[in-house]
Design a protein around this ligand. Structure first.
Ligand code: DGI
Ligand code: FE
Ligand code: FE
Length: 189
């Protein structure tokens, strides 16, 4: 599938600001993929599709989680965490996308996971550092992102967890698993 076809498929599902975020994630992810030797075309498509389910009604996402293979423990956590897993499910069902690596990168783009692939890492990090973002500590993560993929992801994961804890938010287990795995990978690399 070509870039313009993919963009035309997601555009009706996103608000204008989210579409613009998607374009910036795509551009950032392509640069990271080129730097770290990840399949650039697959990265481009995964970035375009990463927030596909962002605007599905909460009740609809809940039904998809209940009626599919998706982990039921998601239902005990904030619905903001649902659009990745539900997006992966719907990209397969609605658009017929079958590339499992792409679908997994979409599934885990918000939380990360224990054994993140390089594609997972590129999408996770591009979503965090794209030029439209404003998070505390973001400049250091941006610098690290171009130095070492594992360091960039580790810092993004750490910042997210620190931010959520400062707001007394519960943390989804997979978010911690990603942080723990990245801590080891960064120290080794
Ligand atoms: O969809 P985007 O806004 O582009 O970005 P995203 O998919 O990374 O994140 C959505 C939100 O989810 C973000 O504000 C951080 C939050 N988040 C990430 N991990 C967790 C989490 N929220 C909770 N409550 N628990 C988590 O483990
Ligand atoms: Fe997202
Ligand atoms: Fe996003």
């Amino acid at each position: 599938m070509e870039r313009n076809e993919a963009l035309a498929l997601v555009k009706p599902h996103l608000k204008q600001e989210r579409y613009e975020h998607t374009i910036r994630v795509m551009e950032t992810a392509i640069q990271l993929a080129e730097m770290y030797g990840v399949d650039v075309h697959k990265t481009e498509l995964a970035a375009i599709f990463h927030d596909y389910a962002k605007y599905r009604p909460v009740e609809e996402m809940k039904r998809w989680i209940q009626s599919s293979y998706l982990p039921k423990d998601l239902l005990h956590y904030h619905h903001e965490l649902w659009h990745g897993p539900v997006g992966a499910l719907l990209l397969e069902r609605e658009l017929g996308i079958e590339d499992q690596e792409l679908l997994e990168a979409v599934h885990y783009h918000t939380t990360g996971r224990t054994h993140m692939t390089d594609l997972d890492k590129v999408i996770f990090l591009a979503d965090y550092i794209e030029p439209g973002r404003k998070f505390p500590g973001l400049e250091q993560v941006r610098e690290a992102a171009w130095e070492d993929l594992n360091k960039g992801c580790w810092m993004a994961s750490k910042n997210t967890i620190s931010f959520l804890m400062s707001k007394n938010q519960p943390i989804y287990p997979e978010t911690f698993y990603a942080y723990n795995a990245l801590t080891k990978q960064y120290k080794r690399s």
